[in-house]
Design a binder for this molecule. Structure first.
Ligand SMILES: [Fe+2]
Length: 312
């Protein structure tokens, strides 16, 4: 197959979803809606690290203290009411039908330089497909850098694996069990990370790989089935980025999406998505299409209020 990167493409959302399901990548220049979102994110990041500069704060504090700051900053971004407003504006700006587009809450990620903190709250991602973590095959991932990125702190795609299965242990991953393990204890995992995160069980050929560099506020859009990883950050600055995922109602109903060539994860993230217009969940009939009878193994949805008790 060919790999095409569509740059500032004007194709419709429908065509774009189809191309993404075929393994193509889309990258967009910053727009008013994405710039407004990163400005909001930058404000929260700056407040959290003040008076230090967020991109270099890692060089001025103990890693435990740093993880504690991230442990507060990230949930505050996720649950900030303004975050959802920005997300809706972005989806509208990118031509999505808001009545049919469902999103999950936006996450803030950080990638510290020089292996300062690569576990827990700032996990450095090994090559993976999000579909190994119970994402449906129709899920799309949206990724926005909050500050300018470089080849040495970007995200890498491994498109030679789009149609080549990778042996992995995703059969051990159940989304409902995972929901029980999530929470504030992540900030305490500053040295090792023992969470059961689906991984390749064979060596991955890391090259050739694609690193897309868009300016801060630019957008990278890819299928949840795309194999991707964090580039080991050697840039000298911490990378901060935002990502969120979407599902289109028609795709979900028709079970349209990328081909599943190697994922065996169980459970489904379908209960997490919120309709862009009114934050309604996907209807039960849709969720049922993706449920696999494992809901008694844990929590079908992650409820931060239940788990995110402030550290005592
Ligand atoms: Fe991912």
């Amino acid at each position: 197959m060919n790999n095409t990167v569509y740059y500032d493409s004007s194709v419709s959302d429908e065509q774009r979803r189809q191309l993404l399901f075929e393994g193509q990548l889309f990258v967009y220049s910053p727009r008013k809606s994405t710039l407004a979102f990163i400005e909001h994110a930058r404000r929260l990041v700056a407040e959290a690290f003040a008076p230090l500069s967020p991109e270099t704060a890692q060089y001025h504090m103990q890693v435990e203290q740093y993880a504690k700051i991230l442990g507060k900053l990230k949930p505050s971004f996720i649950h900030h009411p303004e975050s959802k407003v920005h997300l809706k504006a972005i989806l509208n700006d990118f031509g999505c039908d808001l009545e049919k587009t469902y999103f999950d809450v936006p996450k803030m990620r950080s990638s510290t330089s020089d292996k300062y903190l690569t576990t827990g709250i700032a996990y450095a991602w090994h090559p993976h497909r999000d579909t190994w973590y119970a994402a449906p095959m129709c899920q799309l991932n949206w990724w926005i850098p909050i500050y300018d990125i470089q080849p040495t702190n970007a995200m890498a795609f491994h498109p030679q694996y789009w149609s080549a299965p990778v042996r992995n242990d995703s059969e051990k991953f159940n989304y409902y069990e995972w929901n029980k393990m999530r929470g504030p204890q992540l900030a305490l995992k500053t040295k090792e990370d023992d969470r059961p995160l689906s991984k390749p069980t064979v060596p991955i050929e890391m090259d050739p790989q694609i690193r897309l560099l868009c300016p801060a506020g630019g957008l990278i859009l890819f299928s949840a089935a795309q194999l991707h990883s964090s580039v080991p950050n050697s840039s000298g600055v911490t990378r901060f980025s935002i990502d969120f995922r979407t599902v289109n109602y028609d795709d979900a109903l028709a079970k349209r999406g990328a081909p599943n060539i190697d994922s065996a994860s169980t459970g489904t993230t379908m209960r997490d998505y919120l309709r862009a217009t009114d934050l309604a969940n996907l209807p039960d009939e849709i969720v049922e299409l993706y449920d696999d009878g494992t809901s008694d193994r844990g929590a079908v949805v992650y409820r931060p209020a239940e788990f995110d008790e402030p550290a005592k």
